[in-house]
Design a protein around this ligand. Sequence first.
Ligand code: SF4
Length: 315
Amino acid sequence: MEIIASTGNSSLALIYIGKMSGDRLVELGESIQPPKPREQKWVLLISTLFGCPVGCKICDAAGYYEGKLSKDEILDQIDFLIRKRYPSGEIPCKQFKIQFSRMGEPSLNPSMLDVLNELLQRYVAPGLVVSLSTVAPCGTQAFFECLHEIKQEKYSGGHFQLQFSIHTTSISMRDQLIPIRKWDFKEIAKYGERFYTAGDRKVALNFALTREMPVDADILLSYFDPAIFLIKITPLNPTYRARDSQLTTYLSPVSVGEDNPIVRKLRAAGYQVIVSIGEVEENYIGSNCGQCIRRHMQDRQSLRRGYTYAVQEYG
Ligand code: SF4
């Protein structure tokens, strides 16, 4: 991988554009959560596909698709970010998260499973938590069966965070937002119940809350056991595609409070709810959503609250 550009700042988040075989580009990144120092919490953001064929209406990785990254191309991203800060490969961070949630739906790339099998041998990282976010496409049963085995064997006891991005409890709106055939709530619940064992992190149901799409606690309760599933809520990031889809965030990215009617209802239903507002500056850097930089280079039209950091040549 050749790093060709970067943006952001090291006191919050840095995003890089890497050039792989065939001149195909990926984004990769790292972030911390001020005021916590890096040694308390460090997060890597890793791509698994060149673009994404899923086409979610809120995601800037969705504009195109040029194939899957190989195992080595995924590991190269991780290696670049780790060796830059910790050349020995010993990572002294209390929480060290590797999130496969940048460009690409990870379950569409079987090489992800090889990466997960190899990762633990490459570094000394006692704080490692792997986080995999998925929209649960149909046809990925074999991937998820294998993922379950790997988690049981290598990442039990809280070293794995599985997240299903579902965004709304309206079936028709979920279909519009994530326009592929995918598992229904019953299938997600069934798999999550098998996946989770005592000592694991709960399986997260992710919602990028919008004003336009409902979240109904009673519908969630009829499928998802609060003892196994938690709810993670974020603002809708100011992506180009969210703007084009005329979707607006329910949570203000500058609000500091968690108290709102949806969160109250979900908590009253018994769910653990994590409200992850993030840093406003991350929107300017574009570290929140896949493929922002490349899209930014293609589309110079300015967004009011996003993507204002300049992309610098690297090296
Ligand atoms: S949100 Fe994930 S699955 Fe959807 S288009 Fe973006 S990368 Fe693909």
